[in-house]
Design a protein around this ligand. Structure first.
Ligand code: M6R
Length: 608
């Protein structure tokens, strides 16, 4: 999604802005631009396409200036084009802005402005903000921003500069994330930490309805009504290296290989020597848990797939019914929420708008909200009652990998913690689960030791037009994740089907050589799954099975078998997804796809 960077200080703004925008490329974008205060004029350069197009233009034109704002745009209103790119400006080009989010009432505002004689050049919702600022500007930039935002509805993060206030940048946040980086004799604005991490680790995180007047030598924080506020400085505890490729070809493969460490760092601090679980920021008591009559797990995409395992684990160990819902459906459905409801929201970024709004809906209706997220200080982390952080480190590739496995590991801890607190689990069952959890990291490492087979299999299937993933129980949940991973980075059409459902329709699509990835890791369901493999084999499909080590029998039915270490059925997704992530990666590589930044997708989905 869109990215914002702003700079005021002694450095050349072009350098800081392009460097920051490059760090935000992973969020997904289709155009990029900057506005620089250059000899008392605002110079705007903006282009459709990759950041390199902008950088080449900036090099050619040698634009100087120590104050500026920059943007990477992911089109929502108006196609990707030079004109629709940000920054946008007022007619005299004395005020320029960059904007993330959507101004929902822009059509009404535009009507009024057209009647007042304003002319629009772009198709964006953003341009109304420039003209409103122009309308209200009387020499006081902060005052104009306050009046402007009082007219806006929707989600936005704005960074504003003015030719006539050369020592000021103004930043304002409503729902879309925005931070202020604190430097010495320089300060920064950014939509995401990596953009400014090279320059500072100290930031203010703006809340909804807050704004900042950012100068070279100071930052004033206030509400959008102008009431001054003070805030704690948040110090980022990871560094630039963590957000770089470190010798790997892509962030995705680096992040796949980081999973043993990420899982260990997520689990170890919470598992005590005496085998008890201590979940830092979760304060649910036995009484709280016994008061719940149901749990919702709400998330999007891969995080939703992690939630599917959360259901299995909570229902098995805690014995409370769990409903897993897609956040964008939950928000506009009729969920049964009251003060007897626990809602667990799962989000790597902590900023996904649908998940965040689902959280807010749940809170309004009296539910207890628990968040599983990877980003400290994110909107979701700050608004939830309880938070469990996945310690996966920054995930840059759009395709989520280490976030998924650490989310599932976290949900396992949450389920066991709730089960122990309510005496819903027997001691032997608990001990067994903990023993299995403790081995997850090394078992993932074992799978990652030998990549030859999966690379060969990628060569077998990379030209396929359709790939089917089948499974039963949690194997089906992993099949869904495997299918999503493959389609999002390789652009091959794929579907995940409950293996038992094949013969109710999808079997019609299976023909000679159709690749079918069959997950067969569930001891309880193994015989049934074997029958399903035989069904597709009878239609001459090309079957790649995922099975537990030691299962030689399956080699008679499948064309190829990828083995995972033996593991408790309910925890197998944390292992069985690894070959699927690798397979997607190597297939996409073979197809020469833009693996870390797949077309049309964004890392952090901050618009509906
Ligand atoms: O940041 P979140 O976990 O809330 O993101 C949710 C989804 O957008 C995300 O998991 C998406 O499905 C992944 N890019 C898929 O790999």
């Amino acid at each position: 999604m869109c990215g914002i960077v702003g700079y005021i200080g002694n450095k050349q703004a072009v350098e800081v802005l392009t460097d920051g925008l490059a760090k935000l490329e992973y969020r997904g974008y289709d155009s990029a631009g900057v506005a620089i205060l250059n000899d008392n004029d605002i110079e705007v350069r903006k282009f459709k396409g990759r950041l390199s197009v902008l950088s080449q233009d900036l090099e050619r034109n040698n634009i100087h200036g120590n104050v500026g704002i920059g943007h990477t745009r992911w089109a929502t209103h108006g196609e990707p084009s030079d004109i629709n790119s940000h920054p946008h400006w007022n007619q005299s080009c004395s005020i320029a802005i960059v904007h993330n989010g959507i101004i929902e009432n822009y059509m009404d505002i535009k009507e009024d402005l057209l009647q007042k004689g304003y002319k629009f050049t772009s198709d964006t919702d953003t341009e109304v903000v420039c003209h409103l600022l122009n309308e209200y500007y009387e020499g006081d930039l902060v005052g104009a921003v306050k009046k402007t935002v009082s007219k806006l509805e929707g989600a936005y993060a704005l960074s504003v500069m003015s030719r006539d206030n050369p020592d000021e940048l103004v930043a304002v946040r409503m729902t879309s994330p925005l931070i202020i980086g604190i430097g010495e004799e320089e300060n920064f604005i950014a939509s995401d930490i990596p953009a400014i991490l090279k320059y500072t680790k100290n930031v203010y995180i703006l809340n909804d309805g807050e704004m900042a007047l950012v100068k070279k030598d100071g930052i004033e924080l206030m509400t959008v009504n102008g009431t001054p506020i003070s805030k704690e400085v948040f110090t980022v505890d990871w560094d630039v290296e963590a957000a770089e490729k470190g010798g790997y070809d892509h962030f995705m493969i680096k992040e796949i290989h980081e999973q043993p460490k990420a899982i260990k760092e997520t689990l170890s601090p919470r598992l005590k020597k005496d085998k008890t679980i201590k979940l830092d920021d979760i304060n649910l008591t036995k009484e709280n848990i016994e008061n719940f009559n149901k749990v919702y797990i709400v998330a999007c995409g891969t995080a939703y797939h992690a939630g599917l395992l959360g259901k299995v684990l909570i229902e098995k160990f805690v014995k409370i019914p769990v409903i897993v819902d897609i956040a964008s459906e939950f928000r506009y459905g009729n969920p049964f929420i009251d003060d007897k409801t626990l809602i667990i929201v799962v989000s790597q970024s902590g900023e996904t708008i649908d998940t965040f709004e689902a959280l807010r809906l749940g809170k309004r209706k009296g539910a207890r909200i628990m968040a599983v997220t990877n980003v400290v200080g994110s909107s979701i982390a700050r608004e939830a009652h309880d938070v469990l952080y996945t310690w996966a480190g920054p995930e840059i590739a759009v395709a989520s990998t280490k976030a998924y496995t650490t989310q599932m590991a976290s949900l396992a801890l949450i389920a066991l913690d709730m089960a122990v607190k309510t005496d819903a689990i027997s001691q032997p069952e608990y001990n067994k689960a903990i023993e299995e959890i403790e081995q997850l990291s090394s078992k993932v490492a074992e799978i990652l030791e030998d990549l030859d087979l999966v690379k060969d299999l990628a060569l077998d299937i990379y030209q396929a037009e359709d790939v089917f993933f089948i499974g039963r129980g949690v194997d089906y949940d992993v099949a869904r994740e495997g299918s999503l991973k493959l389609k999002e980075i390789s652009y091959i059409h794929s579907e995940a089907i409950q293996a038992g459902e094949l013969k109710h329709g999808t079997l019609a699509l299976i023909e000679k050589d159709t690749p079918v990835i069959a997950l067969a890791t569930q001891d309880r369901l193994y015989d049934k799954m074997l029958s399903n493999i035989k069904e597709v084999k009878a239609r001459r499909a090309y079957v790649i099975a995922i099975a537990k080590k030691g299962n030689k029998e399956i080699e008679k039915s499948a064309d190829k078998v990828i083995y995972i270490p033996d593991v408790m059925d309910e925890l197998s997704p944390i292992l069985s997804v690894i070959p699927l992530q690798l397979l997607s990666y190597y297939v996409a590589k073979e197809r020469d796809c833009d693996i870390d930044k797949p077309r049309n997708l964004a890392k952090s989905v901050t618009v509906e």
